[in-house]
Design a protein. Sequence first.
Length: 57
Amino acid sequence: MADKTAKRLLLEQLASATGPLSIREIRERISGVKAVPDRTLRRWLSEAVERGALIRH
């Protein structure tokens, strides 16, 4: 199971982003998610969109 700290770090960093980011850009900018599998990262992002925490572009 992926680390909850990485998920929290991801959401904190995305909250301060000034525009849309690709998966590649997210991995480059947020060191805590580099080891997280793509499938998990995409699931976290989808869950955040469903909760209204992120807007998908």
